[in-house]
Design a protein around this ligand. Structure first.
Ligand code: 7PJ
Length: 261
């Protein structure tokens, strides 16, 4: 899953607000580099970030979706918590919603995703991006994340979302310190008992910098690839990454070995 951030402030590729042409060019490049899914986000979710209005989110997102939809032929996911954004994006062919609040952020999100028949990615987080890094004290992070995801899966299924349409994600870096992230990654296979595909988002994150000393997000590519391969070995089937070409090359080697005799 290749990441396309169209926010002015996303932590690893931000700074420049992305215009439609630049966004389309990047989407195309991610596809050509071997992405199987494109994940487009118009609301920054990095630690400390503030929410944007639905109007602003749609204003950023819709022109890009319109331009991208008929230029690339891979499924598109939209990062959003808002039912209104889901509905508008669905109308433009988006089939997957990647919601860092696991459909808790907007009371209409779950019923809307159910009504549309959309697929959803449910991610573990405590609090909201603006305060989540004060909420990193766990008795047992693995059990808590697994129980949270189990509860959210139940809520979604009861609300009419088919199990087959749900992906789960431990939410690396979301209300977690380095040791929480390492515990979750080391034991990622513990989430396999929930019986759903696991997505891992490790790309360029602070934990990669903390371990390697790579202060700048753009210098964390090789560390991110290493972490992604570990995640694959522990059962992840979707890797959410900025550096698609590099990750695809590594995954090809991993796959050749995983399936060799
Ligand atoms: C994640 C995400 C993640 C899912 C972000 C970043 C911060 N969505 N959105 N999982 N991270 N599902 O890209 O570093 O880990 S935003």
């Amino acid at each position: 899953m290749g990441i396309l951030n169209i926010t002015p402030d996303s932590f690893s590729d931000g700074g420049e607000a992305m215009g439609v042409d630049a966004a389309v060019a990047r989407a195309h490049a991610l596809w050509q580099a071997g992405a199987d899914i494109l994940d487009i986000g118009a609301e920054s979710t990095r630690p400390g970030s503030l929410p944007v209005s639905e109007e602003e989110e749609l204003h950023r997102l819709l022109p890009v979706l319109e331009a991208v939809a008929d230029r690339i032929s891979i499924p598109i996911s939209v990062d959003t918590s808002k039912a209104g954004v889901m509905r508008a994006a669905w109308g433009l062919g988006v089939g997957l919603f990647n919601d860092i609040t696991a459909l808790r952020g907007d009371p209409l999100a779950l019923p809307t995703a159910a009504e549309l028949g959309a697929s959803v990615c449910l991610m573990h987080m405590r609090g909201r991006p603006r305060d989540m890094q004060q909420l990193t004290h766990y008795e047992d992070v693995l059990t808590e994340v697994r129980d949270f995801l189990a509860e959210r899966i139940d809520a979604c299924v009861r609300g009419g979302i088919a199990r087959e349409r749900i992906v789960i994600d431990p939410g690396f870096g979301f209300a977690k310190d380095l040791s929480d992230n390492l515990t979750l990654l080391r034991h990622l296979d513990a989430l396999s008992e929930l019986g759903l595909p696991i997505l891992a988002g490790l790309s360029r994150k602070a934990m990669i910098g903390a371990i390697t000393g790579a202060g700048l997000a753009k210098d964390r590519v090789m560390g991110s690839v290493a972490a992604a391969l570990w995640a694959l070995g522990k059962g992840a089937v979707i890797l959410r990454v900025h550096d698609v070409a590099e990750t695809v090359q590594a995954v090809r080697i991993w796959g050749a070995l995983a399936y060799a005799r």
